[in-house]
Design a protein around this ligand. Structure first.
Ligand code: ZN
Length: 90
């Protein structure tokens, strides 16, 4: 098994770590909907980048609707199961 020849000194270790700092993301205003977004990224609010629609907003809405419907159905099923359990106890 490979083992380091000598321990890295506090000085060397700390000097290496001077470059480890994370930079803050660059927040700019969307030119279309004027909400805050990360620069050089598609706007999460309107789905546009450089005046072009990248993420169609209709699809996004449909997908959300489906997910919500699925959750509702699952909730109903759970409720039914609870009811059946109660009935069984009686
Ligand atoms: Zn936008």
């Amino acid at each position: 098994m490979a083992v380091p020849k000598r321990r890295v000194s506090r000085s060397k270790r700390d000097k290496r770590r001077t470059h480890d700092r994370l930079k803050a993301v660059n927040i700019v205003e969307c030119s279309r909907c004027h909400s805050k977004k990360i620069s050089h990224r598609v706007c999460p609010n309107c789905g546009y980048y450089h005046g072009e629609e990248i993420i169609p907003q209709e699809e996004k809405g449909k997908k959300k609707g489906k997910e919500e419907a699925g959750k509702e159905e699952a909730g109903k099923e759970k409720a039914d199961k609870k009811e059946t359990k109660k009935e069984a106890k009686k």
